[in-house]
Design a protein. Structure first.
Length: 92
């Protein structure tokens, strides 16, 4: 990739991250992300709650967001601690 391409990609990533942070902060203030009894949210619920795609959450996981996967062989359900998601998105 060229330097200009790298700069464009970084610019897009920063803009997307900024918009996601604003949305997450708004949602936290609106209390739309309600803590469940376990404090966990499924990946599908997180996608719907934050209006992001599977690919976005995959990128977050690659950048440090820790998933919780049930210790049952063959299960595909992935969960996240709500507090981990808010910390990852730097929502105070």
């Amino acid at each position: 990739m060229t330097s200009k391409t790298d700069e464009l990609i970084l610019s897009i990533e920063r803009d997307s991250a900024s918009r996601l942070l604003e949305l997450a902060e708004r949602m936290a203030k609106d209390k739309r992300i309600k803590p469940r009894q376990t404090g966990l949210i499924s990946q599908k619920e997180l996608e719907e709650e934050l209006k992001v795609t599977y690919q976005t959450i995959k990128l977050w996981r690659n950048n440090g967001l820790k998933p919780y996967i049930p210790p049952i062989e063959g299960t595909k359900k992935v969960f996240f601690k709500i507090s981990d998601v808010l910390a990852f998105l730097e929502v105070n």
